[in-house]
Design a protein around this ligand. Structure first.
Ligand code: PGA
Length: 258
């Protein structure tokens, strides 16, 4: 079976790494990934380290930058917020939207997620929309209903063209930062469900082009098996992205076999 979709591996540093720590990280990471091709790499540092990372990376095509969050507003009296134009100004290309930590710890609703998504698309920031069920929801057999609800809440009403710009990350909440990973079969089943639902919203050919990432305790040890599933088009990596060598191994696991 061939996988026509180019894989994407994104590292979400969460609230880790200062601006001064980012330079030595990048030195190692760039060296380790220098020979890796045919894979999109996105680093998602905290806001305060983005400027430094951007300055070091310059216009390098190979490693792109993302942000962990963004205001739905363009500017104004929103103390503590960061806007899309501010991110664009630092050459940020991607933005996480609706990460489960934002939903759970900071009260982000589907409605807010949707507004951020619309702003990102209008600002030429490529959104990585995070969806996923909790352990209780999975145990109650509700995971598909939850995924459908989150996708509908974020995407319904967008045009197929807009939906085609969105990258979806399936991140089961019970697998994030817990060391528990979805089995490749569980992840594949969820990814296929997501792709089918994207097909309903935007048409099958578009859904077949959409990239759907898996996130939740991805490590160098399990990355390859997960990403060789037919509907898993890459990974969103939290904890394991903080080690530049280990993260480069995960990127290597996403490159096509020679
Ligand atoms: P984890 O986090 O890899 O540490 O489980 C993934 C994420 O939250 O994106």
């Amino acid at each position: 079976m061939s996988f026509p979709r180019k894989k994407l591996v994104a590292g979400n540093f969460k609230m880790n790494m200062t601006s001064s720590e980012v330079a030595p990280y990048l030195e190692v990471f760039r060296q380790e990934t220098e020979k890796l091709n045919d894979v999109d790499i996105v680093l998602i540092p905290p806001f305060t380290a983005i400027a430094k990372a951007s300055e070091i990376l310059g216009g390098a095509q190979k490693i792109r930058l993302g942000a962990q969050n963004m205001s739905p507003e363009a500017k104004g009296a929103y103390t503590g917020e960061i806007s899309a134009p501010m991110l664009r100004d630092l050459f940020v290309r991607y933005v996480l939207v609706g990460h489960s930590e934002r939903r759970r710890l900071f009260g982000e609703t589907d409605e807010l997620v949707r507004r951020k998504l619309v702003t990102a698309l209008a600002s030429e920031l490529r959104p990585i929309l995070c969806v996923g069920e909790t352990l209780e929801e999975r145990q109650a057999g509700q995971e598909k209903a939850i995924l459908e609800g989150q996708l509908r809440g974020a995407l319904e009403g967008l045009t197929p063209d807009q939906i085609s710009e969105v990258i979806v990350a399936y991140e089961p909440v019970w697998a994030i930062g817990t060391g528990l990973t979805a089995t490749p079969e569980q992840a594949q089943e969820a990814h296929l469900f997501i792709r089918d639902y994207l097909g309903k919203l935007a048409g099958t050919s578009l859904a077949n082009k959409a990239r759907i990432l898996y996130g939740g305790s991805v490590t160098p040890a399990n990355a390859k098996e997960l990403m060789s599933q037919p509907d898993i088009d890459g990974a969103l990596v939290g904890g394991a992205s903080l080690d530049p060598r280990g993260f480069a191994e995960i990127v290597a696991a996403a490159t096509p076999e020679e």
